[in-house]
Every structure is written in structure tokens, then in C-alpha cells.
Design a protein around this ligand. Structure first.
Ligand code: AMP
Length: 437
């Protein structure tokens, strides 16, 4: 029986893989203008990093992590033994914890230094129940800025995220930006208590999951999609009415900067996001079509305590991540086609087998000179070679037959203009250069 890709994973076939490259390049170009530089961290980290960084009570850590165990350690575990804490590895469910770990480990933000602005792109792994827009391995692009708590960092990151989505082709009219503040360690505990008390008052109207959450993470009840719970949560106390003065001012400053930049947003005091580490600004971008319940295409927020959680000195931070596959669904829903990334500058067609050797050499010369060049490798008829050239979108076709070879020329056809001319073999590269320039 044939073996398929694991459940919840997808192959990116060439068109989509080319678009993924284009997507990453666009991110590097847009985010680069804001000073973000690339970082690559391992796809595996010590499990402890995610437990401490993301929070033990989150769904991501408690239910959705893929643990990676070497064959030797697996055997040890199956034999009833234990393994060292540092051998407990997990595939990263998100990118922030690893980047913050790297910043702490390499001291990328020494005291008094300018903030470190970092971006990453790559696969994340969550053992979720697969559905449309929800996979077990998916690709994210994300940024992290460590070492500055100014509201201008939050605002520029949000602006940059919206600029990226537009640049990659998602129409502004099919996205909505939601923002909120989650307060800080001064004001959130009291607010969390208020929500917990509210949940208890409404215990008989809430689902079991929300009631279990009431104890460990009452704010997650805002994320419950069940109708009854959503109705109860409409009346719950709102964080924005309970922010301390500093958080209220920080939030107002972020909103003023977004207003100044003309970025449209909606305030959503129920936006709490799933992860424990957020403080102050949180935001999410939702696509209006094509994604059903998994409509968040990107989101993030401030995490001023995370560096300390993973053993660093106090370092404020802010980041976001966006999902490639969900952006593809949003683009499809908006009727936007992937830009065609494959190019073929020249196709060399052989009239018969006797000229293959010279054609092969010509193809190499053109490639070495920087032109995307292709030929037939399956002894097709001249007619099918032209069909193939068409399929590849070849801008030009050079026809080489025994007569041409004897004369030292090719017949070079411009496929768009439907014109052709004889060009000496040694001048093909020069001619392509002139034509393309
Ligand atoms: P999060 O780290 O949960 O804030 O996710 C950031 C972005 O990653 C989301 O807005 C989605 O676009 C994407 N994403 C998160 N989880 C998944 C998943 N299971 N499958 C596909 N995309 C996802």
C-alpha cells in the first residue's frame, strides 16, 4: 500500500512552494524596512522551554505538543526508565519561545543596547485535530522585538503586519484587525479574579471546559466558541475597564499611533489570545472569507515577562506570527492568483537526434550566462517540443536542425511577437541579453 503524508500535514507542490519562497522574500523585504533581521532557531527545543515560556495550562503545551525522543531514549522510557530533563525535546509549537531563548543565550540585547529586531520563517507543529486551516505541521512567518517597551514598537509592528498582508495580495477589504490590551502583572491579577468570580456566578450556564479553565486560566473562557458560553462572556467584566494607569496610557498611545498611520482596527476587549505570556497589547488579524472558524491569519502581542521566565534578565518584548497556509486560503477566497514564479527565457528545440549534443551545449551556455533555459529530454517530436515550450511559458524558442547546425545558426523565435530570425550559435547569449534588457 502506498504511504501518504501524515495526517494534518501537507506537501507544498512546486507552485505553492514557489509562492512560499515569494512569501518569505516579501516578508524579509517589508520587515527589513523596519529593521528586522533573520534568525534561524532549531525546530526542536527542550520541552521545559515551552512549559516555562508558553505556560503549562495552555492547550498548546498541555495537549498539542509533539515530543521528540531519540530511539535510545524511547527504549529507555518503554523499559520503564527515565531520561534527563535536557533530553526531553519537543517540536516547536510556535516561534517566540525559541527566539527569546536564543536572545537570552547569546545576550543579543545587552543592557542599554538598541532593541533586537528578529524575524523567522518555518514550520511549527501542533497535535491539533486537523480541519480546514488547521494543520499539525504548518508554516509561520513571525517577528520578535526584544528590549523596548515603547508603544511605538507595538504600533510599527502592527502597521508592518498589515502592510505585509496587502503586499502579498490579501485585499484590505477582506481582513479585520482586532486590538486589545491585556494589562500587566500589576492590574491583570485583580481582573483575572473578577472574571473567575463572574464565571463562578454563571457556573450553571457554562460548559465544563470553561469551568475547568475558571481555576487555572479564567480568561480563556473568552475564547470558547460555544453559544451559551459566548453569551455569558458578553456580560463579563472587560479588561479595558480595569487597566492600571500605565497600561491605559500605553494602550492609548498605541491606538493613537495606529490612528495617525491611518490603519483601520476594531477594539475587542474579549481578545485574550491563547498563550499565557502576553502582557499589554494583543492583536489579531481575521480574514473575512474562506476560512470558517479558523479565520485568524496572524496575531501577536507584547510579552514583557517572557525573557525572565526563560532565565534572562527583564527584557520587554513584542512579536507576532502569521500562518502561510491560512493566507493561501484567504487569497484563494479573495480570488487572487499566485504570481507565476517560474520563468523560462529560452527553450532549445531539436529537429532530430543528430543535433542533441550541440543543443545540450547551447542550453548550458545560456544557463551559465544567467538565462532560465530548457530542452526536451524524451525525444519528443518537434511539434510536442513546441507544446512543451508553451507549457513552460518559454519567451523564446531556438530551433536547431542539421541544416542550421551546418550553417552555425539557430532559428530564434519570439513566442509573444510571433517573429523569428536566424542567429549565429555563438551570438545566442548576446541576443537573449539584448532582448531581455
Ligand atoms: P498563534 O501562534 O496561535 O498565534 O498562531 C499564529 C498564526 O499561525 C495564526 O494566526 C494562524 O494563521 C497560524 N496557525 C496557528 N495554528 C495553526 C494551525 N494548526 N494550522 C495552520 N495555521 C495555524
Amino acid at each position: 500500500m502506498a504511504i501518504n503524508a501524515p495526517e494534518g500535514t501537507r506537501d507544498l507542490l512546486p507552485d505553492e512552494a514557489l509562492f512560499w519562497n515569494h512569501f518569505k522574500q516579501t516578508a524579509a523585504e517589508v520587515f527589513g524596512r523596519y529593521g528586522y533581521l533573520p534568525i534561524e532557531t532549531p525546530v526542536m527545543e527542550q520541552t521545559e522551554l515551552f512549559v516555562r515560556g508558553i505556560g503549562e495550562a495552555t492547550d498548546v503545551v498541555s495537549k498539542e505538543m509533539f515530543t521528540a525522543v531519540s530511539g535510545e531514549n524511547l527504549k529507555r522510557l518503554l523499559d520503564g526508565g527515565t531520561i534527563k530533563a535536557k533530553s526531553r525535546l519537543s517540536l516547536r509549537p510556535e516561534g517566540t519561545a525559541g527566539v527569546v531563548r536564543a536572545v537570552v543565550q547569546h545576550d543579543l540585547v545587552p543592557q542599554g543596547a538598541a532593541p533586537a529586531k528578529l524575524m523567522y520563517a518555518g514550520p511549527m507543529f501542533r497535535a491539533e485535530r486537523p480541519q480546514k486551516g488547521r494543520q499539525r505541521q504548518f508554516n509561520q512567518v513571525g517577528v520578535e522585538c526584544l528590549g523596548a517597551e515603547a508603544p511605538s514598537i507595538d504600533a510599527e509592528a502592527i502597521i508592518m503586519l498589515m502592510r505585509f498582508f496587502e503586499k502579498v495580495g490579501i485585499p484590505a477589504s477582506s481582513m479585520e484587525l482586532l486590538v486589545n490590551s491585556m494589562g500587566c502583572e500589576k492590574c491583570r491579577p485583580a481582573y483575572r479574579e473578577l472574571v473567575r468570580a463572574y464565571l463562578e456566578e454563571h457556573a450553571d450556564e457554562l460548559c465544563e471546559t470553561c469551568m475547568t479553565r475558571a481555576e487555572i486560566n479564567p480568561l480563556r473562557a473568552f475564547d470558547c466558541k460555544k453559544e451559551g458560553c459566548a453569551a455569558v462572556m458578553e456580560g463579563a467584566p472587560k479588561i479595558t475597564d480595569h487597566l492600571c494607569d500605565d497600561c491605559r496610557q500605553h494602550y492609548a498611545d498605541v491606538l493613537a499611533l495606529l490612528d495617525g498611520a491611518g490603519v483601520a482596527y476594531a477594539e475587542d476587549p474579549t481578545l485574550v489570545r491563547g498563550l499565557d505570556y502576553y502582557t499589554r497589547t494583543v492583536f489579531e488579524v481575521q480574514a473575512s472569507d474562506g476560512l470558517g472558524s479558523q479565520n485568524a491569519i496572524g496575531g501577536g502581542g507584547r510579552y514583557d515577562k517572557l525573557a525572565e521566565e526563560v532565565g534572562g534578565r527583564p527584557t520587554p518584548g513584542l512579536g507576532f506570527a502569521l500562518g502561510f497556509e491560512r493566507c493561501v486560503l484567504a487569497l484563494e477566497a479573495a480570488g487572487v492568483e499566485f504570481p507565476k514564479a517560474q520563468r523560462c527565457d529560452l527553450f532549445v528545440a531539436c529537429v532530430d537526434d543528430s543535433v542533441r549534443g550541440r543543443a545540450f551545449a547551447l542550453v548550458q551556455e545560456c544557463r551559465d550566462a544567467g538565462f532560465a533555459t530548457e530542452m526536451d529530454h524524451q525525444k519528443r517530436s518537434l511539434k510536442s517540443q513546441f507544446k512543451l515550450a508553451d507549457k513552460l511559458g518559454a519567451a523564446r524558442v531556438a530551433v536547431l536542425g542539421p541544416d542550421e547546425l551546418a550553417e552555425g545558426v539557430v532559428t530564434l523565435r519570439d513566442m509573444a511577437a510571433h517573429t523569428e530570425a536566424k542567429v549565429r550559435l555563438e551570438e545566442v547569449v548576446g541576443e537573449l541579453g539584448r532582448a531581455i534588457l
